[in-house]
Ligand binder design. Sequence first.
Ligand SMILES: Cc1cc2nc3c(=O)[nH]c(=O)nc-3n(C[C@H](O)[C@H](O)[C@H](O)COP(=O)(O)OP(=O)(O)OC[C@H]3O[C@@H](n4cnc5c(N)ncnc54)[C@H](O)[C@@H]3O)c2cc1C
Length: 392
Amino acid sequence: MNVVVLGCGFGGVEVARTLRKEAKELDITMIDHTPQFDYPPAYPELLSGKVTPEAISHDLKKFATKLGAGFIQAEVVNIDVKAKKVKTKATAEDDARDIPYDFLVIAIGAEQTFFGIPGAEKRSYTVNTMNGAIETKNALDTLDYSKESSIAVIGAGLTGIEVAGELVDYFKDRGARARISLVEMMPRILPALPKENVAIYVRKFLSDSGVEILTETAVQEVSEGEITFKDGKKLPYNIIIWTAGIKPNRLLEILDLPKVKGWLKVDSYLRVEGMDDVFAVGDTVYFEREGVRAGQNVEEAEGQGRAAAENIIRTIKNLSFKKNALPKKYYSLYTMKGEKLKRYRPKNTIQNPKALISLGDDKAVLYFGGMVFKVFAYRLKKFVEHRYMKRF
Ligand SMILES: Cc1cc2nc3c(=O)[nH]c(=O)nc-3n(C[C@H](O)[C@H](O)[C@H](O)COP(=O)(O)OP(=O)(O)OC[C@H]3O[C@@H](n4cnc5c(N)ncnc54)[C@H](O)[C@@H]3O)c2cc1C
């Protein structure tokens, strides 16, 4: 019985770990198009140099070997759910392959969107991937520090805030001058956090650090050296760092599976709706239960990963009721009684989100239960990061 875990970010890694913990005899195959696990919450700190790429990434093949799982580095370009196979893209070293599965977990995350704004994708840097963050840092390093630089950060969500804070530290460390503009189309920063208390605190913190905050300011077009906003105002720039908005992974576009606004639709057990052998977790899914929608964050990706793995084990156990359906190797999973699958309950939701946001200058803020906590928040963020990376 082979479980294929497609995508080895927070969700996929947790699926594989839980499967192995619960069922030693399962064959697990992990697939990712990158050779290493990277830790996205620390990408903004790559800009200021507080962390190095090596400190926040780990070799996936080594991790899989430690787990007793297989690892295939390949980009998956299609899934045939009838034939139960995922198809990989040919590379210079490898032919295209069909990888069979008994159970599949889709954990392919999300991608940056530029909302089709003319010039935005072509002229912006990003921090939503490790390579993107490294390229952004390289671009900062090539600026002429004898002049004032203009850096525009587009989007004042969690990532935009963190990037602005790290830019302050970057220029302070080099004794260089910069106009750092944080641009947000909504009336306030951090629009996804329901209470304004956190936005008020963060706005003051960043303004006091010299960041220019432009709310109700929507980008209309990006041309060489200049951003034009919808109200007709213009902002000259040396570097744009785009942090606004995510969209579903491009693979989902070609898959004929149930979706909501492009995201994979899953049932309460994290199975892709209408299927009992394909599960999905993390940023790639749309999960809603009793009017509460899961957020797209680490806590959710991991929680869903654990729950999906447990439900796969329960499904395998339940197969033992079908005569000869369970190969001999899996008899240890046999139960006398069928086991109900577990309904997943999201914890870090759109309605009641939690967030730990770094602000630069070794400060951070924790938003939890609608309240704002400042003391030890940065230490907590670094503790969470170190504890996570230690598992590899
Ligand atoms: C800069 C930044 C900062 C963030 N900060 C925080 C934070 O502080 N707290 C928080 O909770 N969340 C944060 N997030 C969000 C968090 O990183 C995501 O919610 C989380 O990574 C989702 O996990 P996932 O497993 O669903 O997807 P991912 O972690 O994105 O993993 C998806 C994996 O799938 C692989 N993949 C994709 N397509 C294919 C394919 N076709 N073939 C093979 N492999 C494929 C990718 O290479 C990747 O390894 C941040 C995100 C970013 C970008």
